[in-house]
Design a protein around this ligand. Structure first.
Ligand SMILES: Cc1ncc(COP(=O)(O)O)c(C=O)c1O
Length: 485
């Protein structure tokens, strides 16, 4: 059953890679040219497509506290609807006209208060909020300094920002951060004179690496390099909301650094199990966003059901259920690290370059283990591991460029409150079974599976399907045959 649906899924992925523009000779130029643009992706076998929903063991979704899949959020949402039986279903207009009402204002206030902020402003999504923040707030003369791994939505905003300059620093690297600040301070009079601002952009937990920002060290570096204090910090708390700090208030609240951050983003789409986001800030920033963020001005306000779902999520966070679920994640991640490192195959596979888990290295020294654990691989072999797990009914996704830098493809494992220790044990078993299969492939002389753009012209997706189907010995041979053919 799991094999059949995984095969169907793989077939869909394969189908999506077939070039199309050559069949479009008689089609209107508009569609022909679009298919040509898509063919560039297909040639590189990186064409994305929608995949059918399947019953799987969830080691991949954003529903980290399992509020949504467990039905808990639905119940909290229904309770909220019952309290407001005469709710108006539609949005009625933009927040600046007919879309503003007491419920949305009260909820914004409640959420801001929960996170210890002066005020808050809702957006339809974290993506919209980040795009708005970075396109609207930096003024000419200002500069943006950002961790090289910040989310795509921040880049989207920076692209249209009026900042005089923007520059990244190496991921979570305080020395590199200092260097970038120093260069701006020494070369830009608007910064050295203190008349303009350095806006610093970081995430509390990085979505593809699962590591935590060294927030206090970054703040200290900014104080050291810019003694006039003309810097402001922004933090995206997408992957710490609901998980870090008291009742899941986030990393900033865990560190009691509310006053040090001018802007904080809390999307509701991850642990809160819902959709939308809040920007936490002061009234000046809120007014700027309300006046200049095009996604607020030219779009309608969130509807009552969307707000009731957010309200439901927060009431769960504040309840003992929220705390119990928050407390489930750490033991599961510990169990994973401990047992995968103890597996006899792990170090052999690591030595062969088949996998590595950077976060497993010093897990016992880290105070907080995040729910995001990436597994690194050679080339496109993340697709082989992902397929192998899908065939067993376990969902983990391969992550590639453009989500992560080229050549840094990985498999991302996400732990959830409703995962069990048995499921984690089985996942380890699957990963190690796959690693043994890859070791056998290597012994047969098969080359690592690289991207077409890296010069290896394999029909790698076909190989994924063959390699992942059930009989291991046979697969190793199949994989080799495809390569030789
Ligand atoms: C760090 C980060 N910020 C922002 C977003 C966007 O949030 P949303 O899904 O609400 O658009 C995501 C989601 O992928 C994320 O991982």
């Amino acid at each position: 059953m799991a094999e059949d649906s995984a095969l169907l899924m793989m077939a869909k992925v394969l189908q999506a890679q077939k070039p199309k523009s050559n069949e479009m000779e008689n089609a209107p130029a508009f569609y022909r040219n679009l298919e040509k643009a898509l063919d560039k992706r297909r040639m590189d076998q990186t064409m994305l497509t929608l995949l059918p929903d399947r019953p799987v063991v969830d080691f991949s979704s954003c529903d980290i506290l399992s509020f949504s899949k467990s039905g808990l959020l639905r119940m909290a949402f229904m309770d909220e609807l019952a309290k407001k039986p005469n709710f108006v279903l539609g949005s009625s207009g933009s927040r600046l006209m007919d879309g503003n009402h007491a419920y949305v204002e009260e909820l914004e206030h409640e959420v801001a208060e929960f996170h210890g902020a002066k005020t808050g402003l809702f957006f339809d999504s974290g993506f919209d909020a980040n795009s708005a923040i970075f396109s609207v707030l930096p003024q000419p003369g200002d500069v943006i300094v950002f961790d090289e791994l910040v989310h795509g939505s921040i880049h989207e905003g920076m692209r249209t920002s009026r900042a005089t300059a923007r520059r990244s620093f190496r991921h979570n690297n305080v020395r590199s951060f200092r260097d970038v600040l120093t260069v701006f301070n020494e070369t830009l009079p608007s910064i050295s004179s203190g008349t303009s601002t350095v806006l610093v952009s970081i995430e509390s937990v990085y979505s593809m690496d699962g590591d935590v920002a060294p927030v206090e060290d970054l703040l200290q570096a900014a104080r050291d390099v810019l003694p006039l204090g003309n810097f402001q910090f922004f933090i995206d708390e997408a992957h710490s909301t609901g998980l870090m700090g008291p009742q899941g208030r986030g990393l900033v609240c865990a560190l009691k650094l509310e006053e040090s951050f001018a802007i904080r983003l809390h999307p509701f789409s991850k642990a809160l199990g819902s959709h939308g986001a809040v920007v936490l800030c002061n009234q000046t920033v809120k007014n700027m966003l309300l006046n200049f963020a095009r996604c607020l001005i030219f779009s309608t306000a969130p509807s009552f059901p969307a707000l009731a779902s957010i309200k439901g999520g927060y009431s769960l966070l504040k309840s003992s259920l929220g705390l119990t679920r928050q407390n489930c994640i750490q033991p599961l991640v510990k169990y994973f690290f401990k047992n995968i490192l103890a597996h006899p195959t792990y170090y052999r596979a690591e030595a062969a370059g088949i996998l590595s888990i950077p976060l497993a290295k010093d897990w016992e020294q880290r105070q907080f283990l995040t729910h995001i654990v990436p597994i690194n691989h050679r080339g496109l072999e993340n697709h082989l591991l992902s397929a192998h797990c899908h065939f067993a009914g376990y969902c983990v996704w391969p992550i590639d460029y453009p989500v992560v830098p080229k050549g840094q493809g990985r498999t991302r494992v996400i732990f959830h409150a409703d995962n069990t220790f048995q499921q984690v044990q089985h996942l380890i078993w699957l990963i190690m079974e796959w690693a043994e299969l890859m070791l056998k492939r290597d012994r047969c002389g098969a080359k690592p599976l690289m991207a077409a753009s890296e010069g290896n012209n394999l029909d790698w997706l076909t190989q994924v399907v063959r390699t992942a189907s059930s009989t291991m010995e046979q697969n190793v041979v199949n994989a080799k045959e495809v390569e030789v053919a």
